[in-house]
Design a protein around this ligand. Structure first.
Ligand code: PMP
Length: 395
């Protein structure tokens, strides 16, 4: 039978990553591969109470169809959170999405014509690469150092690609590299975007999970022309299963996003939106985020200590100040896909970094996740990776 797939289906392929992520279901295996929050921190008891209150007070409304742009009290909560980080927005500049992943996909629909150029970090978030690929985007990568995207290279890429649509950037504790774009570079990125008339898609799911160092204002804080579309999510500070994220952008963009979202799924889960708003009303979300940060800090510190103790000397990494990931660069001769498969044999799962490059894979890199594993298991898992790395080096 001819499946009659559309052309865009050809970019949808199964990846090494899926093989490694499904292996994580074996109990003897320690998985540092995924990007999941710590499930033991989900506020389940508080959510039972909030859910009871929602169903009692506004049960029918929470189960009925509702506005595409989202539940107004939740949008107001988001306005408060945005204001606190230096992004003043009005109600008509905020739309709730089904996770920020949907916002990424809708941005593809809104902005990308076949062959359009997107400028992104090298490496960058795999599921954004995949989403933009389905709209036939052409990627131009900008190399990073420990302070994020390198601005001289960005400027060169903008000169070479005068019709680039937008810069896709994850400025805080980037997935996968854990790196943060410095303050100077944020200001410079806005200057360059203004000069070369390109939009910026600022994807910031991790900014609230800063466990050391000093907070840096988001890129949108410096935006005077309304060219930054800012995305964030409740996934990392609350519960990813509720699938709630948001877009903050000028009204002209939000109006289009609302139209596109209506065709995609009408609206995000109305019960989840009311539940989240009710939780915030009855509980102190900041205290909850502090708890998450404390646990992740401890796990990140343990992972870094293990890199120092168990990994060979000639690897490099940047210690992140927040987020969920550490990025490791192995000696240039090492193929991290081979390492990841050898790690699986040794009952530890890691993600080879190659998947996170839009065009040109750097094959000696690994992404390690510290949020989803206890300190004791992180230590054991890192020992196992260390054994594999030493064995490979001595071969
Ligand atoms: N952007 C980045 C950089 C991410 O790492 C993730 C999730 N891992 C998302 C967006 C999507 O998150 P969600 O849809 O759960 O909000």
């Amino acid at each position: 039978m001819h499946h009659k797939f559309a052309k865009r289906a050809s970019s949808v392929t199964s990846s090494d990553m899926r093989i490694i992520l499904t292996a994580g279901e074996r109990p003897e295996l320690i998985s540092l591969a995924g990007g999941l929050p710590a499930p033991e921190l989900f506020p389940i008891d508080a959510l039972k109470a909030a859910s009871e209150a929602v169903l009692t007070e506004e049960g029918a409304a929470s189960l009925q169809y509702s506005a595409t742009e989202g539940y107004t009290p939740l949008r107001k909560i988001i306005i408060g959170r945005m204001d606190a980080i230096g992004i003043p927005v009005e109600l008509n500049q905020v739309m709730i999405t089904s996770g920020s992943q949907q916002a990424i996909d809708l941005t593809g629909r809104l902005l990308i014509d076949e062959g359009d150029t997107i400028i992104c970090e090298s490496p960058t978030y795999l599921a954004a690469i995949n989403a933009f690929k389905t709209y036939d985007a052409n990627f131009v990568e900008v190399e990073m150092d420990e302070d994020g995207m390198i601005m001289e290279i960005l400027e060169k890429r903008l000169q070479e690609n005068p019709n680039a649509k937008f810069i896709y950037t994850i400025p805080d504790f980037q997935n996968p590299s854990g790196r943060t774009l410095s303050l100077e570079r944020r200001k410079r990125m806005i200057e360059l975007a203004n000069r070369y008339d390109v939009l910026i898609l600022e994807d910031n799911p991790y900014g609230a999970i800063r466990f050391s160092g000093t907070a840096i204002p988001p890129i949108k804080h410096f935006d005077t022309e309304g060219r930054v579309i800012y995305l964030s999510t409740f996934s990392k500070i609350f519960a990813p299963g509720l699938r709630l994220g948001w877009i903050c952008a000028d009204e002209v963009f939000i109006e289009k996003y609302i139209g596109l979202k209506e065709s995609a799924d009408m609206h995000s889960d109305g019960f989840a939106q009311r539940l989240t708003a009710k939780y915030m009303e009855l509980n102190d979300i900041e205290a909850h985020i502090e708890k998450i940060k404390a646990v992740y800090k401890e796990r990140c510190t343990a992972m870094v200590a293990c890199i120092e103790q168990y990994f060979p000397n000639d690897i490099s990494y940047v210690e992140p100040e927040g987020g969920l990931f550490i990025w490791v660069e192995l000696p240039a001769s090492m193929d991290s896909r081979k390492i990841a498969l050898a790690c699986l044999e040794n009952n530890v799962a890691v993600i080879p970094g190659a998947a996170f490059f839009a065009n040109k894979a750097q094959t000696n890199t690994l992404r390690l996740n510290f949020s989803n594993t206890s300190e004791a298991r992180i230590i054991e898992g890192m020992k196992r990776i260390g054994e594999v790395l030493h064995r490979e080096l001595n071969e």
